[in-house]
Design a protein around this ligand. Structure first.
Ligand code: FSX
Length: 382
């Protein structure tokens, strides 16, 4: 039996408890995973990551002497948090992006994949497992932590007077965007819908009978994400916005834009339409393998004619390559396999504003009336 008085005993117990709590508190200090940890766990050596980043330096217009410092800083940084919202869209953009994730049907294992895995995707209603209240909580928790990248795909419908074209958990698209944009370090508009309005903002060809009689008007009054943020004003109007256009964008272009942010913690150089010049600085025509035929004036006049079989220029079939800024002919599609002109179809111009409504040229050299004119039956033979 102890000789300690009750008071001494209480004090001893209390001291021991507080010591124990101190140790426990130290042990429970939250572990913050860094990009370096994640890459190491994925079997990527420091050296190969550095080599990869050195290779990117020219494309990203980063002086090669700066790259080691950027890489070191990135390796020690916590994972970049991403909140991903989707509005009026077809999910083609996310489908394009997930094609570079590891363990998909493509089983690619490039460092871009690992970097994408290294993002902390804290909210994406399409990809996340939780739903309902749990999902709503994930979003509000991520937003409360601040400094995440807000990735948005899809255009935003007009909800003036409660028109209600987009409602989720009782909130309109505009309300959801405002809530998620407030604390974001930057907004990345993925896809032509988010960048410029895209298909949901299309007005339709003026010479086509439209059964809904909405010809010339976007039924939902859809706008780009930048236009919506500008309308909010204040801190929203000055948020850094990066447009990654394309319907859908090339997976490596989406990934490359996010990688640039991870390395630099700022937006890359942008063109007049707020697209990264490293991917949208040139037209697809400039690197097209059919360009020599364009310069020699040799054009395909109809699908499957002798010119088509010889690989001549597709301009007269409505190809919009000379006016379309994108990386299709340099990075290519489907893990570098090819691009539309290699498959015999002209460029639709999907990375440019209003591409659904923009005119093209048909086989007769006449100005067309938008996308539909590419498929003028007069140019198709059995
Ligand atoms: Fe639009 Fe994307 Fe075209 Fe679809 O999210 S750019 S319709 S590929 O899906 O938004």
């Amino acid at each position: 039996m102890s000789n300690l008085s009750k008071k001494e005993l209480r004090n001893t117990i209390s001291t021991k408890l507080s010591q124990h709590l101190e140790v426990a508190t130290l042990d429970e200090k939250p572990y913050i995973e860094t990009l370096g940890d994640r890459l190491a766990n994925s079997g990527v050596s420091r050296r190969s990551f550095m080599t990869y980043c050195m290779g990117l330096s020219a494309m990203m217009a980063i002086p090669i002497s700066l790259m080691p410092k950027l890489v070191e800083a990135a390796l020690l940084s916590p994972l970049t948090s991403v909140v991903y919202l989707s509005f009026q869209e077809c999910t083609g953009c996310l489908e394009s992006l997930v094609n570079v994730f590891p363990n998909t049907q493509y089983k690619t294992d490039s460092i871009e994949n690992i970097l994408l895995t290294a993002l902390s995707l804290d909210y994406s209603e399409t990809l996340m497992a939780p739903s309902g209240d749990q999902a709503e909580k994930s979003r509000s928790d991520a937003i409360a932590k601040k400094d995440y990248i807000l990735v948005v795909d899809g255009a935003i419908p007009d909800d003036t007077n409660g028109k209600g074209f987009f409602i989720q958990s009782g909130k309109s698209g505009l309300q959801l965007l405002k809530g998620a944009a407030a604390n974001a370090a930057a907004v990345v508009s993925v896809g032509t819908c988010a960048s410029f309005g895209g298909l949901p903002a299309a007005k339709g060809p003026a010479n086509l009978t439209n059964p809904t009689n909405l010809r010339g008007v976007s039924p939902t009054g859809a706008t780009s994400i930048k236009a919506a943020l500008t309308k909010f004003g204040g801190i929203y109007a000055s948020k850094p916005v990066i447009n990654v256009s394309g319907c859908p964008p090339i997976a490596e272009v989406i990934a490359g834009t996010l990688v640039y942010w991870i390395l630099n913690k700022k937006a890359p150089s942008l063109d007049s339409k707020m697209r990264p010049t490293m991917f949208y600085g040139e037209t697809v025509h400039e690197e097209c393998y059919r360009k020599d035929f364009f310069e020699e004036g040799q054009f395909v006049k109809s699908f499957d004619d002798a010119g088509a079989r010889a690989g001549h220029c597709l301009l007269m079939l409505g190809c919009k390559g000379p006016n379309t800024h994108n990386a299709c002919t340099t990075l290519k599609w489907n893990q570098g396999t090819g691009y539309p002109m290699q498959a015999g179809h002209g460029c639709l111009g999907c990375s440019e504003p209003d591409f659904w409504d923009k005119k093209s040229i048909n086989a007769q050299g006449q100005q067309g009336v938008g996308l539909y004119n590419h498929l003028d039956p007069a140019t198709i033979h059995d």
